[in-house]
Design a protein around this ligand. Structure first.
Ligand code: ADP
Ligand code: MG
Length: 683
């Protein structure tokens, strides 16, 4: 019954049902769980005299006069076709209401009627007035929309708030008593949660703000509880899969260590031993490796790939850009020198013949280790014996893309996913809970933190002077320019203009340009020139953000930094963290910025630790935006916010853990409610 389609409700035909679907609402139960995102207090009626500009107010008055003006097409200067005005009066004064393009109101709001309106008064000359307020004729008693705390829902055309309130009230009246409680009784009792019917009623039609809050808390718990159940179930299932046992050859590890001319940091050592122990388990590795930009994740991944190749299986490393692919190839060549592994690169800009050759070699097992871009997940790519998949800069790939590569393997290759936008551990455990988590906590020794300076546009000259000083010292400089849509010709034109201007201002230096729309070869050429110091200043889009590694480029100037996200700015800063000379990260912004842009720039100027940056980013953007659709197969949360609801999350997680531990297949009668609802929460 609860799974009845919405057209069982009065007023919902095929068209409205389709609109509901676009909101993710298919069944009556979905509708009951379509929660308001805020409330309006409409309990108190205001006198006209007490209205204040901009303050949402509810008032009751008598219609003194009305006027409907229709504007014929040939005199129309705007889209306004009709203007309906009503002058209202109560014992304290009068106020004018205006509605546009709603000529039918003339048949509803008539002289002499008692009417209730709700809206924000605006100033109209000397008086206050209402523009398109919500209205209701008073004779309709027990109104859903007035005289109470009223729910406000997210809408899509053709809905309005009144309609949504009405269908939801209808659904509540008919069905709320039929919803079985998804939370086991013992847990409900422990937290003294309201029961499900009462909670549904209160979240939609609160008797008080406190009751609404109580209901909301219950549903937040419910959602987090189910999300954590899912994580544990998935993990349990995963542990039953059969992995590929890879033998760790100590000689190989030793040789790679020798080839890598530095000592591994303590964190790198720890992660390496975690990975080696994963390789000996019966189930495949599924590990997320988090660590700040430049902490040395690639090196750790290289050890894993070497071990895999030595065991007779292929390893694949997928990266988001071509430049990065070649850079990693270079690193791997060095680290595996003398080991005899065949290492290949696969990107879309290779010649067709070369691509075919690599496809064939992969399928025949003639390549041991492959580094590539999205080209690796093309349908044509087949492996003979893929044993390990590494995904670098995982946030640059979608969930679906990341899932494709491991599918090309033996059943269940090992997976290592790497991320440079780390999130706090508690949060990571809950959101990526079905992965094992590794963290590289420190940067290699001797790294110097960039000095971050936020400078206003009017000081551009000083910035140029500073750049010149650095160039004189023999250093190189990045200038990053915010090109949002790299495919837009207009945007690239402005990049080119920037390039020309800089070439003029820095006429005795070589200024190069770099962006994502350049051909593969050209890109590599520019980076090579920059590396060989044949370019002094590189004007670039954010394509330099991931991985480009040029030690002598110690200064980065970011134009219009307010247009970048916090994590992105931090990634960019990572480009100048590689050298032994003191690095500088300069943000050149306009004077007047929005509040959030201001907060971002303040954060990046004062925080250097990637974990703290991520935390701040989460706070500023909210989890929905932060995790977006690229999160690791974890259901999108509808009502919970893992940041602000962290405490509930921990409780939900503990309970979920105990449930799954004592009843892994949810067979016990007290857990039937859970089993019945898993699909609902995460379809
Ligand atoms: P990321 O974590 O950003 O992927 P990389 O693996 O690219 O970092 O490493 C960044 C740079 O640091 C590389 O030049 C690498 O050779 C160097 N590096 C990595 N680990 C160490 C270490 N233990 N000691 C010194 N340098 C290191
Ligand atoms: Mg990296």
């Amino acid at each position: 019954m609860l799974n009845d389609p919405l057209r069982y409700l009065k007023g919902v035909g095929p068209q409205k049902a389709a609109a509901f679907e676009s909101l993710g609402v298919y069944t009556i139960k979905d509708l009951l769980y379509y929660f308001p995102f805020r409330y309006e207090d409409r309990r108190n009626l205001k006198k006209i005299r007490d209205l204040k500009e901009g303050e949402p107010s509810l008032m009751e008055a008598r219609v003194l006069s009305v006027n409907l003006k229709k504007i014929p097409p040939f005199v129309r200067k705007t889209k306004v076709k009709s203007i309906f005005k009503a002058l209202l009066e109560d014992s304290s004064g009068q106020i004018q209401c205006t509605w546009f393009n709603q000529h039918y109101l003339a048949d509803i709001i008539k002289k002499g009627e008692e009417i209730i309106v709700y809206g924000k008064p605006i100033r109209d000359g000397r008086y206050l007035a209402f523009n398109s307020p919500e209205y209701e004729l008073v004779e309709k008693e027990d109104s859903l929309n007035l005289g109470r705390i009223v729910s406000v829902y997210r809408l899509t055309p053709p809905f309005n708030q009144k309609f949504l309130r009405k269908v939801i009230a209808q659904a509540l009246a008919g069905y709320k008593q039929k919803v079985p409680d998804p939370i086991p009784y013992s847990i409900r009792k422990e937290y003294t949660f309201l029961n499900i019917a009462k909670s549904l009623e209160e979240i939609h039609h609160p008797s008080s703000f406190e009751d609404a809050e109580k209901a909301r808390e219950r549903f937040i718990f419910e959602e987090l509880f189910f999300s954590q159940l899912l994580v544990y179930l998935r993990k349990a299932k995963h542990r039953q899969e059969e992995g590929i046992p890879l033998k760790v050859d100590n000689e190989v590890v030793k040789k790679i260590r020798e080839n890598f001319s530095f000592e591994l940091t303590p964190s790198q050592e720890e992660v390496l031993s975690q990975i080696m122990s994963d390789f000996s388990k019966s189930y495949p590795m599924q590990r997320l490796l988090q660590g700040d930009v430049g902490c040395g994740k690639t090196v750790v991944a290289a050890f894993a790939m070497g071990i895999c190749a030595k065991s007779g299986f292929q390893a694949a490393l997928m990266v988001p850009t071509e430049v990065l692919a070649y850079q990693h190839k270079e690193t791997l060549d060095k680290m595996f020198s003398g080991l005899g592994f065949k290492i290949g690169v696969l990107t879309s800009s290779l010649e067709k013949k070369e691509i075919d050759r690599i496809h064939e070699a992969l399928a025949k097992g003639e390549i041991d280790i492959i580094v590539g871009t999205h080209s690796l997940i093309q349908e044509k790519v087949k492996f003979k014996k893929l044993g390990l998949v590494v995904i670098d800069e995982q946030h640059k790939f979608g969930v679906a893309q990341r899932a494709l590569l491991p599918k090309k393997g033996e059943p269940n290759p090992h997976c290592l996913v790497m991320s440079a936008t780390p999130i706090p551990r508690t949060l990571a455990l809950s959101l990526y809970g079905d992965l094992d988590l590794s963290v590289i906590k420190e940067l290699p020794r001797g790294r110097i933190s960039p000095e971050t300076k936020w400078v206003l546009e009017k000081k551009r000259k000083d910035v140029y002077k500073f750049m010149k000083d650095k160039l004189e010292e023999g250093r190189q400089v990045y200038v990053v320019y915010p090109v949002i849509e790299e495919s837009e010709i207009e945007d690239l034109k402005s990049l080119e203009e920037m390039h020309e201007k800089l070439a003029e201002s820095f006429s005795s230096y070589k200024v190069g340009v770099f962006h994502g729309q350049m051909k593969g070869e050209e890109k590599l050429k520019v980076i090579k020139k920059f590396r060989d110091k044949k370019i002094d200043i590189l004007v670039s889009t954010t394509v330099v953000e991931v991985g480009v590694n040029i030690e002598n480029a110690t200064t980065m100037v970011v134009e219009n930094p307010e247009r970048f996200g916090l994590a992105q700015l931090h990634q960019l800063r990572g480009r100048v963290r590689r050298s032994t000379h003191k690095p500088f990260f300069i943000l050149l912004s306009k004077g007047s910025l929005s509040e959030t842009a201001q907060s971002r720039l303040e954060a990046i100027s004062s925080i250097d630790d990637g974990f703290k940056i991520a935390e701040e980013d989460l706070k500023l953007r909210g989890p929905g935006d932060f995790f977006g659709s690229t999160q690791h197969g974890v259901p999108c949360l509808k009502i919970a916010n893992p940041l602000t609801d962290l405490e509930l999350l921990q409780h939900a997680r503990t309970h979920a853990f105990h449930v799954i531990k004592s009843d892994p297949h949810l067979e016990k009668p007290q857990n039937k409610c859970i089993r019945d609802n898993l699909d609902f929460w995460f379809k």
